[in-house]
Design a binder for this molecule. Structure first.
Ligand code: UD1
Ligand code: CA
Length: 461
């Protein structure tokens, strides 16, 4: 990148993300911006989107002393600068807390950490008018109910100002064109506008929105960039959090479908931002994909599966009611039937566990068959231990494999066995009470019991 000026290029701009909010209405010990949507924090969604939109520099304004927020920034946007805002004196004051990131004259986009649904494409659209000469661009929508939003005041298509609800006249409150809050400021004007913003308003706050009237007074153009109300939705409480989750889920499902996965009842399938579904994957109703799930081409996920940190390769077929977690790897063609749980285990190609099984801390060889009710006893109350099952082994129903233990390739474990020692390859291991059958003994016992009962009843009468 030497010799180029990112700021002057198509993608390069500085993104300032405001995330110093208290989030009181969440009624939470966790900072608002760390609440999750599709298993990524709201702040993480914003950081991902502005980076995707081409932010060359990223600055995040935070409440001082929030290590958890700082860690999330480091994880989602390494290299972003973090700027504590000691006092919350308004959105313009917050932007100026990141003053050092404003040096250099790059265009600036101000994003809100609690407005997580704005897409990279929208951030790019917000910036576009600056390249056509506008000093400021604001993102706005026609609100069904504009109450609480800053109103975008226009005159014959020209933007004049943004008026906050509390400062608005009766007439201004009737305006439905509402400010989504986010703003783009041209590099040439940003600092000069921000530094002139005062706090002469009902809240005694430094309003970022006042940049609009200042730019207009300077004779600059201010543009309105439209956005849907749904995309502009901020999150202030848990009701809005679930509404935002619904929007994100709808997007993820649609992307999965357009990517070649069949979701039979998409509204019942819950995905994570990082869920990968291959081509010709079929997902039956009521499945949940937690973080870290990758499903290869042609896999079938039957109803009611719950997957978290799991990888399925080509053509695996699981469920209904399968639970995968903690590093489950199913190679090509593995089949898992109902009520099977796999944790930290690899099943090699073509292995099968068709019913009621727990395999934890295990490796199962290719083509092995795990009978109904098989359990790896991987935990002794103190430590976890591994179970190794060789290629083509056959584990009979209701076997308990007490780890650490290994079953050799091609070995056969008798049903109901409790296996505590290694089984060599191709051996037959049976570890259960030996069966005995005494001829006629049941009939004799029944006769004895009936006679005793009759004697007791005769005595009572
Ligand atoms: C803001 C806009 C309003 C718009 C609305 C959309 C201003 C003055 N008003 O109002 O026109 O309709 O968003 O939701 O900008 N923040 C800080 N430090 C501060 C103040 C705010 O970090 O000192 C952060 C908040 O955490 C939040 C964002 O900035 O993420 C917006 O602040 P908030 O107080 O919610 O602004 P609104 O009153 O909603
Ligand atoms: Ca708000």
């Amino acid at each position: 990148m030497t010799g180029t000026n990112n700021g002057a290029e198509a993608g390069g701009f500085t993104a300032i993300v405001l995330a110093a909010g208290k989030g009181t209405r969440m009624r939470s010990d966790r900072p608002k911006v760390l609440h999750q949507l599709a298993h990524r924090s709201m702040l993480g969604h914003v950081l991902a989107a502005v980076q995707e939109a081409g932010a060359a520099r990223l600055a995040v304004v935070v409440e001082p002393g929030r290590d958890d927020v700082a860690r999330e920034i480091e994880r989602m946007a390494p290299g972003a600068s973090v700027h504590p805002q000691a006092e919350r004196l308004g959105t313009a004051h917050a932007v100026l807390a990141a003053r050092s990131a404003l040096q250099g004259g790059q265009d600036v986009i101000v994003a809100f950490g609690d407005t997580p649904l704005i897409t990279a494409e929208t951030y790019a659209r917000l910036r576009a008018p600056l390249r056509a000469g506008a000093a400021v661009a604001v993102l706005a929508f026609e609100a069904a109910d504009p109450k609480g939003y800053g109103r975008v005041l226009t005159d014959g298509g020209r933007v004049l100002a943004i008026r906050e609800e509390k400062d608005a006249s009766e007439d201004e409150r009737a305006v439905r064109l509402s400010n989504a809050g986010l703003m783009a400021l041209s590099g040439a004007q940003a600092l000069g506008l921000l530094e002139r913003i005062g706090n002469d308003n009902a809240n005694r706050e430094y309003y970022l929105t006042d940049a609009v009237a200042l730019a207009v007074a300077d004779g600059h153009t201010v543009s309105v960039v439209p956005v849907t109300e749904e995309e502009a939705q901020g999150v202030n409480d848990r009701v809005q959090l679930s509404a935002a989750e619904a929007t994100i889920q709808a997007r993820l499902r649609r992307a999965a479908q357009l990517g070649g996965a069949t979701l039979i009842a998409p509204e019942t399938v819950f995905l994570s931002v990082d869920t990968v579904l291959g081509r010709d994957v079929i997902v039956e109703p009521h499945c949940i994909f937690g973080p870290g799930v990758v499903i290869g081409d042609g896999c079938t996920i039957r109803a009611f599966c719950h997957l978290h940190d799991a990888r399925l390769m080509q053509g695996a077929d699981i469920g209904p009611h399968v639970r995968l977690r903690g590093g489950a790897v199913l190679e090509a063609g593995v089949h898992l039937g109902n009520f099977v749980e796999i944790k930290n285990a690899t099943l090699h190609a073509g292995a099968k566990a068709s019913h009621l099984t727990y395999l934890g801390d295990a490796e199962v060889g290719a083509g092995a068959n795990i009978g109904a009710g098989t359990i790896t006893c991987n935990y002794d109350g103190v430590s976890k231990h591994r179970t190794i099952i060789g290629e083509g082994a056959f584990i009979g129903s209701n076997a308990a494999l007490v780890a650490p233990v290994s079953i050799g390739a091609g070995a056969l474990v008798g049903a109901g066995s409790v296996i505590t020692r290694d089984v060599p390859a191709d051996a037959l291991a049976v570890a259960r009470g030996r069966q005995i059958a005494r001829d006629g003994a049941a009939k004799a016992l029944r006769a004895t019991l009936k006679a005793a009962k009759a004697a007791r009843e005769a005595k009572r009468d």
